[in-house]
Design a binder for this molecule. Structure first.
Ligand SMILES: [Zn+2]
Length: 104
């Protein structure tokens, strides 16, 4: 029961477990969190979410859900103070994101 999404290259999604926890983390360091603002935002197309979830289901028997992210919800996380920053107000130095305060 995956959400079928077409017509957009930039669909941002959360991955959610059946008991309502959000997938967070990166690389090999995955965890589930109940806090939506700590959940990792995936690019449905670029991260090949449909394939990955299908693989998980087949190999691990784990069924995860795709939840579409409201674009207004997407924030960058400041690497200086760990606060969420609206994309329009975030600074990216090529490696890290910073909020207005940490940029100084
Ligand atoms: Zn900051």
């Amino acid at each position: 029961m995956f959400l079928l999404m077409t017509g957009s290259d930039a669909t941002k999604v959360f991955i959610k477990s059946p008991d309502g926890m959000y997938l967070s983390g990166a690389g090999k360091d995955w965890a589930f969190t109940e806090h939506r603002n700590k959940a990792t935002v995936f690019d449905y197309t670029r991260d090949r979410i449909a394939e990955q979830l299908e693989g998980l289901q087949k190999t691990q028997g784990i069924v995860l859900l795709v939840v579409r992210v409201d674009p207004k919800e997407i924030h960058e996380r400041c690497d200086g103070c760990d606060e969420l920053v609206a994309p329009a107000r975030a600074f990216f130095d090529g490696k890290n994101f910073f909020c207005g305060d940490c940029k100084k």
